[in-house]
Design a protein around this ligand. Sequence first.
Ligand SMILES: O=P(O)(O)O[C@@H]1[C@@H](OP(=O)(O)O)[C@H](OP(=O)(O)O)[C@H](O)[C@H](OP(=O)(O)O)[C@H]1OP(=O)(O)O
Ligand SMILES: Nc1ncnc2c1ncn2[C@@H]1O[C@H](COP(=O)(O)OP(=O)(O)O)[C@@H](O)[C@H]1O
Ligand SMILES: [Mg+2]
Ligand SMILES: [Mg+2]
Length: 319
Amino acid sequence: MSDSSQERYIVGYALAAKKEHSFIQPSLIEHSRQRGIDLVKLDPSKSLLEQGKLDCIIHKLYDVDWKQNLHEFREKCPGVPVIDSPEDIERLHNRVSMLEVITQLTFPVSDSERFGVPKQVVVMDSGVLSGGGALGELNFPVIAKPLDADGSAKSHKMFLIYDQEGMKILKAPIVLQEFVNHGGVIFKVYVVGDRVKCVRRRSLPDISEEKIGTSKGSLPFSQISNLTAQEDKNKEYGEDRSLEKVDMPPFSFLEELAKAMRKSMGLNLFNFDVIRDARDANRYLIIDINYFPGYAKMPSYEPMLTDFFWDMVTKKNHV
Ligand SMILES: O=P(O)(O)O[C@@H]1[C@@H](OP(=O)(O)O)[C@H](OP(=O)(O)O)[C@H](O)[C@H](OP(=O)(O)O)[C@H]1OP(=O)(O)O
Ligand SMILES: Nc1ncnc2c1ncn2[C@@H]1O[C@H](COP(=O)(O)OP(=O)(O)O)[C@@H](O)[C@H]1O
Ligand SMILES: [Mg+2]
Ligand SMILES: [Mg+2]
């Protein structure tokens, strides 16, 4: 494959510095290089039309100038896949439109596994939060999530809210979502084109009826699934919470779900967080969908991404 007489392909990337650092690992560069694919850093401030031959573009930047730059490139070079379209990514930057994707899915469900989203409401006016009516038909405890999921640190700052008093800390616009006990484990399902991989991650522990009755106010948290194993141990939950012991959801179910989501959203690079209802082992709830997530944390990320780049530069399987 690395025969120098063979055509080489260029995948251009435009990423924030932190993302470039975590995603463009030497191991990925090398894996792709051996398949005849060179990963080339793009300069977002210069026209894409002046950055040499490109066979595919991947990106996670959202400013107006970048979108305009991409738009002009797509008009002039419609044959080059741009992964993905900014208009399609936009839907994932709002925690309401993000989960509407799931409620609108109609793929045939298996006899056993069912999927959905937790009950949620959006509150646009801070005044409503201090009054008693914000929850509608939701019950405490709820998780309060910023409506915007734009990648800022602020967009990951959440609160577990036990009672009306706890609501005082919140500011609109905010999404209130019913907390669902799920055994303290989330499943992160990574999608790379038509390839799917699921991993287990640590989540918030279940809340007993007793605790619900006695807990008051609110509890802030952020990016709980990124806790390191050591940080997690330090929390001393006093039970064996080893992730490996938790059964994975049936892979065929997740694969079908991922396929339907990919088609419906028109996106190739995303992951979604799934929890399994502690009261009904066949009920799965999707709580979050992320564009271009931290793939380097996924086992065998290099071959999966390289295979995807290959499909893109040879124009196969592009949604
Ligand atoms: O940085 P990482 O590797 O933790 O990746 C983040 C993701 O973690 P995950 O791969 O799901 O464990 C993270 O997923 P969660 O929202 O934590 O479920 C987001 O995708 C985050 O992007 P953004 O801040 O929402 O734009 C991702 O951040 P960026 O890498 O895009 O900055
Ligand atoms: N409805 C819910 N019930 C129980 N736990 C939840 C619920 N929603 C979120 N969580 C927990 O909060 C974490 C962060 O929520 P998430 O919506 O994934 O936000 P982020 O975009 O910051 O990852 C999840 O990984 C999970 O541990
Ligand atoms: Mg999440
Ligand atoms: Mg998220």
